[in-house]
Design a protein around this ligand. Structure first.
Ligand code: KIV
Length: 284
């Protein structure tokens, strides 16, 4: 699908027109190429890569260098989608100047269009400082996986009136601080809908129901490539892990049974060259 480069304005205009925004995570060149060709508006290089690509138990161990490595591969694959790099745990929480420098690396060293960070009101000064450096920031509230252990696990957030109010205040504060969009993760449908109505900037839901301005899912969940678990809010569009296992077992069997490689996979040497080479060996 050939189209114009998607910008933050494209996404904000979609909200204004009531058109759903599409976002997916991607972590490497082929998945970014596929998402871009599928016409997805925005690609998030999420720190979920720690779990679905690197095999960690959570997103906490993910480093800046790992994020930048994957962001660069995504940049090479995606021409037009709006690219967001996810700031990993402890790259922005401890020190504001360090947060700005790390955010800058996503643009300077990896070609991202924006960065995403987790947290509500406690993050507004950091969001504003990164924005002041000329960097677009996407917020992320509700379930924030980097602080899942503080939240008592991967649980729905905003189920009580008090918690919903806290989320609303966080969202409005992030908007005020200059966030360009906000990811809402695992919040009740009607809470996410109300936040989306109250905000000028787009909301992107994951496990947040139908009322958000856009939707994001983890690539490996959509494609069925992560075998450890599938969250309830995921719609699986393929079963690629099973397909990979099937293909690899078929390859293994072909090698063992000498069905692969076949003549069509081999390279020829012409008879004259062969004879010459053989005769040289006899001479010696
Ligand atoms: O890391 C990630 O993939 C995310 C999405 C779940 C929004 O933050």
């Amino acid at each position: 699908m050939s189209r114009k480069k998607v910008t933050v304005l494209t996404l904000q205009e979609k909200k204004a027109r009531g058109e759903p925004i599409t976002m997916v995570t991607a972590y490497d060149y082929p998945s970014a190429l596929a998402a871009d060709r599928a016409g997805i508006d925005s690609i998030l290089v999420g720190d979920s890569l720690g779990m679905v690509v690197l095999g960690y138990d959570s997103t906490v161990p993910v480093t800046m260098e790992e994020m930048l490595h994957h962001c660069r591969a995504v940049r090479r694959g995606a021409q037009d989608a709006y690219l967001i790099g996810d700031m990993p745990f402890m790259s922005y929480q401890a020190d504001r100047a360090e947060a700005v420098r790390n955010a800058g690396r996503f643009l300077k060293e990896a070609g991202m269009d924006a960065v995403k960070l987790e947290g509500g009101r406690e993050m507004v000064d950091t969001v504003a400082a990164i924005g002041d450096a000329g960097i677009t920031v996407v917020g992320h509230i509700g379930l924030t996986p980097q602080s899942a252990s503080k939240l008592g696990g991967y649980r729905v957030q905003g189920r009580t009136a008090a918690d919903a109010q806290r989320l609303l205040k966080d969202a409005l504060a992030l908007q005020e601080a200059g966030a360009a969009m906000i990811v809402l993760e695992m919040t009740p449908d009607r809470v996410a809908g109300e936040l989306s109505r109250r905000l000028r900037i787009p909301t992107i839901g994951i496990g947040a129901g139908t009322g958000c301005d856009g939707q994001v899912l983890v690539l490996h969940d959509i494609l069925g490539m992560f075998d450890r678990f599938t969250p309830r809010f995921v719609k699986k569009y393929a079963d690629l892990f099973a397909e990979m296992e099937r293909a690899l077992a078929a390859y293994r069997d072909d090698v063992i049974e000498r069905r692969f490689p076949g003549p069509e996979h081999a390279f020829a040497m012409d008879d004259a060259a062969w004879e010459e080479w053989m005769s040289r060996q006899v001479d010696k």
